[in-house]
Design a protein around this ligand. Structure first.
Ligand code: COA
Length: 388
């Protein structure tokens, strides 16, 4: 296996992007990443693109070829593959690109992630997202993703004493970070009271405990680390790429507050990188709902199970804390165009390790982790990156 570097990154604005098409979004993110990397288009050996449900959101499948076409690579007949794993589609695409370069099969790979969710109404978006849940045991009975994570939240409150205030603080923190991210969907601070008094979506999760419905795309260029210097002096290395699966339905799990796919993907990644959770300087974790960030910091081993709420009280995860989490604003404030999210998380870590995160820069960041979850945890990827 060869070492793999991220040599270029590109993001579109995240938000309600009525004026931009799916093709325009992915072409914009890809072009920015290629420009940032210093490669020329003809050096691209392969493309991988994560998209959860383009068929339902915009009525278009066959996304691998479409993305190559929209980005001007169809004439070069570059192999382009769509990867799907619900909200972890982007993380899976990063891992596929990583494996293609690490194996020696390809030298330069472009990875993209995209979703355009607002072209359908809210009800249809909710139903589409629910296709990532277990259709027979959950969605058929009316469970939506806010409903599923609400069950996790009430159980966490019951078992570990986690409070609504602790969950709400996750949203307050991530909105504070989002203010500093020019690509974020929501660039406004919110108060604890606003989160606690927001319209209830599924108890105990109110509107401001939820990530929004978003449009957006993200792209990175990967290449063999030994060749990175030829293109750029801003490369960062991917030193681990973990992935794991779990049951689709919550009821089949021993403990619904532990996402075993996160635990196992993290174990795989820490082993590959020869690191422990203590070595991580900052993390982007999958905060699709505020409770999800609390579970994630526990399952990734940053704090003990049940102590995620206390870690929020102790401000461990704020930008000036000992382990800054979701400096990008997270899914909560940056937005969650589901297929793009896993790629965008890697971009935030790469920017931080390059020293390019501007006003949200974490000083002396050397090692960062990106954690992407599909559904309620049936798929998970964990990537660890290191400054070069
Ligand atoms: N965070 C902050 N503000 C939000 C928001 C969110 N998650 N969702 C909507 N808003 C804002 C909108 O910008 C709008 O503000 P405005 O009136 O100033 O323009 C207002 O709230 C109402 O927006 P609307 O689109 O009518 O909200 P909605 O009720 O249709 O949707 C949710 C709100 C929470 C139900 C929706 O965002 C949602 O389903 N989120 C979860 C997505 C999800 O499940 N993702 C997959 C995770 S696994």
């Amino acid at each position: 296996m060869r070492d793999v570097a991220v040599i270029g990154v590109g993001l579109t604005q995240f938000g309600e992007l009525w004026e931009k098409s799916f093709r325009e979004l992915i072409a914009e993110a890809g072009a920015k990443a290629i420009l940032d990397s210093g490669i020329s288009g003809k050096e691209v050996d392969a493309m991988y693109v994560g998209s959860m449900s383009s068929g339902r959101f915009i009525g278009q499948e066959h996304i691998g070829a479409l993305v190559a076409d929209a980005s001007g690579f169809s004439f070069a007949h570059v192999p382009s593959t769509r990867v799907e794993g619900a909200c972890a589609s982007g993380g899976l695409a990063v891992r596929q690109g990583y494996l293609a370069v690490a194996s020696g099969m390809h030298d330069v790979v472009v990875v993209g992630g995209i979703e355009k969710m607002n072209d359908v109404g809210g009800t249809s978006a909710t139903e589409t997202l629910a296709t990532a849940a277990d259709q027979e045991w959950e969605a058929f009975f009316g469970a939506t993703f806010p409903g599923i994570y609400a069950m996790i939240a009430t159980r966490h409150m019951h078992d570990y004493g986690t409070t609504r205030e602790q969950m709400a603080q996750v949203a307050v923190k991530n909105h504070m970070n989002g203010v500093l991210n020019p690509y974020a969907q929501y660039r406004k601070e919110i108060s604890l009271d606003a989160v606690l008094n927001a319209t209830m979506v599924a108890y105990p999760l109110g509107l401001l405990d939820c990530s929004p419905v978003s449009d957006g795309a993200a792209s990175i260029v990967l290449c063999a680390a030994e060749k990175a210097k030829k293109y750029t002096n801003k490369a960062v290395k991917i030193i681990a790429a973990g992935q794991a699966s779990d049951t689709l339905a919550l009821h089949a799990r021993e403990n619904i507050c532990t996402l075993q796919a996160t635990v196992h993907a993290a174990k795989m990644a820490y082993k590959q990188a020869n690191l422990t959770p203590k070595d991580i300087d900052l993390a982007e974790v999958h905060d699709c709902f505020t409770i999800a960030e609390i579970c994630a910091i526990e399952d990734l081993g940053f704090v003990k199970k049940g102590e995620g709420g206390k870690a929020i009280d102790n401000r461990i995860t704020t930008r000036d804390g000992s382990l800054p989490v979701n400096t990008s604003g997270g899914l909560k404030a940056k937005g969650h165009p589901v297929g793009a999210t896993g790629v965008a998380q890697v971009i935030e870590i790469a920017l931080q390790l390059r020293g390019d995160a501007e006003k949200r820069q974490v000083p002396d960041a050397r090692i960062g982790l990106a954690h992407n979850v599909g559904g309620s945890g049936a798929t998970c990827t964990v990537h660890i990156l290191e400054a070069m």
